[in-house]
Design a binder for this molecule. Structure first.
Ligand code: EPU
Length: 356
């Protein structure tokens, strides 16, 4: 059988495709063409110039807000494998296809007793996107366990391997985000360890394990605790559409933070004590302020605009409450929050969610 025919057989290729099940906000939008490939060779051999433009690659759509129908081609990886490379001693390398659901990878690590990924349990999304977005939770970021990233460079279709230091990882940031569209992540190399190394210092994690012997935990124990914390705070995308945290947590100077404390004190009801503003001092002297607190302090918890709503249990999240919220309704709420926070605190909130 000719090679080309084999590729066409295993690939999903659908025109005028409904992307509702490919964005966790549940926006009912369409793209001109949707292609899901199962091998890197299929991706390499696509007739790129003939595809409807522009071309974008998605993961699980868990960090995207589609603002309207997409006129071009949406690509999605169904490259799903998890391979272990035992390095002897404590270290285990894992090479994982970009299309693997990130939490399936975390579950697998925990099942076989490997440490490193457990704090990232239940984060929606796929492995390829985790390396682009540097997803993070409970004191761990993807970059902490990524040893390298294998990509296809769309300028010459060559396979390119980056080592972690080359990827300029930062808070929800990487080189990939600044080289928009150039690289397609095809697999990620993770470094895990057998060595006992639970990370329990992030607020709430130790408390969730109260009563347990903290010297004899398994990665699965920590995973269970993290899942419990997340379920209590964050909406289940299967039940209520959202894209997790809508905004990034702002980092400001200490002097700016002191002004915010003064503003918060001036807002306190007469006779009641000034509220303490939660914050985390960063090593470079700057201060991270939880965006959730800023949003809550201005009364946005539970605020509704049409079908969109600020989630009651976690005001950093905007949900598609009605199931039929429009992008405009979500963005109006977003703009309202951004401008009130700017006016009150002089802080510019930046969305974490990518607008398409
Ligand atoms: N913080 C610490 N130490 C702590 C607690 C918090 O340094 O012990 C810092 C964190 O850096 C965090 C900020 O303070 O960024 C606020 O922390 P909080 O636990 O209130 O979390 P959050 O702002 O509600 C962030 C992530 C979530 C992640 C949680 C738990 C963002 C935009 N969101 O949310 O990620 O699950 O921390 O780690 O950074 C997501 O990205 O969609 C998401 C849900």
């Amino acid at each position: 059988m000719p090679r080309f025919f084999v590729y066409l057989c295993s690939m999903k290729r659908i025109e005028n495709y409904d992307l509702s099940s490919h964005n966790t906000f549940g926006m009912k939008i369409r793209c001109a063409l949707y292609i899901e490939y199962e091998t890197v060779e299929e991706l390499q051999n696509l007739p790129w110039k003939e595809l409807p433009q522009p071309i974008m690659h998605i993961g699980a759509g868990s960090n995207l807000l589609f603002t309207g129908d997409f006129p071009g081609t949406v690509l999605h990886s169904a490259v799903k494998y998890i391979k272990f490379v035992d390095m002897g001693l404590d270290e285990v390398l894992m090479t994982v296809g970009a299309g693997v659901v990130f939490d399936d990878f975390v579950a697998r690590c925990c099942e076989v007793g490997l440490w490193g990924a457990e704090n990232l349990s239940l984060i929606p999304g796929e492995v390829g996107a985790s390396a682009v977005q540097n997803i993070g939770a409970y004191g761990v970021e993807a970059k902490d366990i990524i040893a390298g990233v294998v990509c296809l460079d769309t300028t010459d279709w060559s396979k390119t391997i980056f080592k972690t230091p080359e990827l300029a990882y930062g808070y929800r940031d990487s080189m990939f985000k600044h080289a928009k569209g150039r690289y397609i992540v095809t697999s990620v190399l993770f470094r895990l360890t057998r060595k006992y190394s639970p990370k329990l210092d992030y607020g709430g994690v130790r408390a969730a394990l109260e009563g347990r012997d903290l010297t004899a935990l398994t990665p699965a124990d920590v995973r269970d605790a993290i899942i419990g914390i997340r379920r209590a705070k964050l909406p289940d995308p299967a039940e209520k559409g959202s894209a997790g945290s809508f905004f990034k947590n702002p980092v400001i100077s200490r002097e700016h933070f002191e002004r915010i404390e003064a503003v918060a004190a001036s807002h306190a009801a007469a006779g009641s004590p000034a509220p303490s503003v939660p914050h985390f001092d960063l090593p470079d002297g700057t201060v991270k302020v939880p965006a959730a607190w800023l949003i809550d302090s201005l009364g946005f918890r539970g605020a509704v605009n049409g079908g969109a709503k600020v989630y009651e249990k976690q005001p950093l999240v905007i949900v598609n409450e009605s199931g039929s919220a429009t992008p405009e309704e979500i963005m109006a709420l977003e703009q309202d929050i951004i401008s009130k926070i700017r006016e009150t605190y002089g802080i510019e909130l930046h969305p974490e969610v990518e607008h398409i």
